[in-house]
Design a protein around this ligand. Structure first.
Ligand code: NHF
Length: 481
C-alpha cells in the first residue's frame, strides 16, 4: 500500500515527546513489510544538509482585513529506515515552516503545511491512503482530500489522535483566503450514513475547532488505546465510535548495556536536588506539564521512605510548573533529584537498573514510557488512566505492575514502598498485601512478557485493520449518491 503520513514530529528528525516516536515506529513497521511510506512534515529548520526536492509553489493569502500576503513553499528530503520524509520550508509567510521550535507559531505552521501539502499533491502521484496525526495535520489532510474530491476520487483520510485538544478559529483561517480550503459541497459521515454538506457548514457546526473538524471530515478516527477512545473521544464527539478504531503504539525491545550501576549513572547527572544512596532507586520521566503528574510522584515519596527517585523532565516551556517541581524537590532533600532530558541510551540504562518506573499521569492516551520500561524488564507503577490501564497489568491480576488512583500521592506512595520491598526480595514487608510473596526475578520476567503485546509483530495487525476500515469508509463515501 502507498501511504502518506502527515505529522509535526518524527523521532530522529524533529521530536519532542511520544508523538515523534509513535509516528516513526508505525512508518518503519509499514516500510519493513513492503509498504511505500512517505512522511510529510514542516522542516522546523532541520533542512540543513539534506537533499533539496524539485518542488516549489508560491501564492498569495488574504488576511482578515483584506491585506495580501505572499508566500512560497519548497521542500527537502530525508530517509530513515526505509521511510521517506518530505520536509517543507519556505519564504515570505512560508518561512514559518522553517522556524525551529516545533510548536512555535503553530497555527501558522499548520496553515502553511496545508498550502504546501495541496501543492505537492497536485504535482505528484497520489497515495492510496492518508493518515494525519494530531490536530496540527488536520488542515493539510483535509486539503488533499478536497483536492482529490475535485477529481471525483474519495481519497481515504484517517485522523489519528495521540493527544486530544486543539484551538478554534473563525472560518477565515481554514478558508481559501488563508489555509486554502474551498467551501465546496461534499459528503460527510453523520451517525448512520453520508450526507451532503459544505465545508464551511462543518467548520461552523463545530465552532471552528480544528480537531472536531478533523473528526467530522476524516473517514476514520483512530487513537492509541480503547480507554482513550471511550473516555475522551467518544464523550467529546457524539457517534464517533461508528467510525473509529484503535491501534497501540509500537515499542520494540531495545538493546541496553548499562555502563555501571544505577548509582554511578545517577551520580554523574547534572540536576536539581540530590540522592542519598541508602534506598531503592526508582525512575520517572515525561514532559514537565501537569498532565504527566511528576509532582504527584515527588509528593508520593512522603509515603515511601525507602524509595529514592530520579525525575527526568522534558521541558516544553511551562515555567510555572517547573518552578513548582523544583520547590517540591527542595522540600525532600536527599530523596529526589530532578534532571533534564537524557540521551536515549542512558535513559534506558537507568530504566533497566531501576526497581520500578513510576508513571503518575493525570491522563494518558497511551504512555510509551510504560511499555519501554516493561520491555527492559522493569515493573511499572502507573495511574489507572487511559492507555496505562491497558498496558500495565496489576500484580493482583498476575501482571508486572501496580495500578493506582491518579492524583493520589498516598496511594502511589504505598505502591512505591511495596514495590521497593518486593524488588529487594523482602516482599513480606510490603504494605500492600497483593505484593506479598513475589520477588524481583518474577516481576522482571512478567514485565518482559507483557511488553510483547506492543511489539511490531503484535501491533502491525491493528494498524492494518484501521487502514482497511478507512478505505472501506472512503468507499462508502464514494458510492453514496
Ligand atoms: O504515547 C504517542 C503519544 C502517547 O500518551 C502519549 C501522549 C501523546 O500523551 O501516541 O502521544
Amino acid at each position: 500500500m502507498k501511504v502518506w503520513m502527515l505529522s509535526f514530529e518524527f523521532a530522529g528528525v524533529a521530536s519532542l515527546g511520544g508523538l515523534g516516536e509513535a509516528v516513526r515506529s508505525r512508518a518503519v513497521a509499514l516500510a519493513k513489510r513492503g509498504h511505500e511510506v512517505t512522511v510529510f512534515m514542516p522542516s522546523h529548520g532541520r533542512c540543513w544538509g539534506k537533499r533539496e526536492l524539485p518542488f516549489r509553489s508560491c501564492g498569495m493569502r488574504k488576511g482578515m482585513w483584506g491585506e495580501e500576503r505572499w508566500y512560497c513553499v519548497s521542500a527537502c528530503e530525508a530517509l530513515a529506515e526505509g521511510v521517506r520524509i518530505v520536509m517543507f520550508k519556505g519564504e515570505g509567510d512560508g518561512e514559518v515552516l522553517s522556524k525551529e521550535p516545533i510548536y512555535g507559531w503553530v497555527e501558522e505552521k499548520a496553515s502553511l503545511f496545508a498550502r504546501a501539502m495541496r501543492a505537492y499533491f497536485s504535482h505528484n502521484p497520489w497515495p492510496e491512503l492518508v493518515e494525519a496525526h494530531d490536530w496540527h495535520s488536520v488542515l493539510a489532510g483535509v486539503a488533499i482530500k478536497q483536492e482529490a474530491e475535485k477529481s471525483n476520487y474519495a481519497l481515504p483520510l484517517q485522523y489519528t489522535v495521540h493527544l486530544s485538544g486543539s484551538p478554534s478559529f473563525p472560518w477565515h483561517y481554514a478558508s481559501a483566503d488563508w489555509s486554502g480550503l474551498e467551501d465546496l459541497p461534499h459528503k460527510v459521515w453523520h451517525p448512520g450514513g453520508h450526507r451532503w454538506t459544505r465545508y464551511r457548514e462543518v467548520w461552523d457546526r463545530v465552532g471552528g475547532n480544528v480537531e472536531a473538524f478533523g473528526v467530522a471530515e476524516a473517514d476514520l478516527v483512530a487513537t492509541v488505546s480503547w480507554s482513550y477512545l471511550r473516555e475522551e473521544l467518544a464523550r467529546k464527539y457524539y457517534g464517533v465510535e461508528e467510525k473509529s478504531c484503535v491501534s497501540y503504539n509500537i515499542v520494540e525491545p531495545p538493546r541496553v548495556q548499562p555502563r555501571g550501576t544505577w548509582w554511578e549513572l545517577a551520580r554523574g547527572l547534572e540536576g536539581f536536588g540530590e540522592l542519598r544512596e541508602d534506598g531503592v532507586p526508582m525512575f520517572t520521566l515525561g514532559r514537565t506539564v501537569w498532565q504527566k503528574g511528576l509532582d504527584v510522584a515527588i509528593r508520593a515519596l512522603d509515603h515511601a521512605p525507602s524509595v529514592r527517585l530520579l525525575v527526568s523532565g522534558l521541558s516544553v516551556g511551562d515555567g510555572a510548573y517547573e518552578e513548582h517541581l523544583r520547590r517540591l524537590v527542595e522540600e525532600r532533600r536527599g530523596r529526589v533529584k530532578l534532571v533534564g532530558r537524557l540521551e536515549p541510551g542512558l535513559k534506558l540504562s537507568l530504566m533497566a537498573l531501576s526497581a520500578a518506573t513510576v508513571v503518575p499521569s493525570r491522563f494518558e492516551p497511551f504512555g510509551i514510557v510504560a511499555v519501554e520500561s516493561l520491555s527492559v524488564g522493569t515493573p511499572v507503577i502507573a495511574s489507572a488512566v487511559g492507555g496505562l490501564k491497558e498496558i500495565v497489568v496489576d500484580v493482583g491480576a498476575g501482571g508486572p505492575g501496580l495500578l493506582v488512583r491518579p492524583d493520589d500521592p498516598y496511594e502511589l506512595g504505598l505502591a512505591m514502598e511495596s514495590m521497593a520491598a518486593a524488588m529487594s526480595n523482602r516482599s513480606h514487608e510490603a504494605p500492600l498485601h497483593r505484593m506479598r510473596g513475589i520477588g524481583e526475578q518474577e516481576l522482571r520476567r512478567r514485565s518482559r512478557e507483557r511488553a510483547k503485546a506492543f511489539s511490531e509483530e503484535a501491533v502491525y495487525g491493528m494498524m492494518l485493520d484501521c487502514y482497511y476500515r478507512s478505505r472501506t469508509m472512503a468507499f462508502y463515501r464514494a458510492v453514496t449518491p
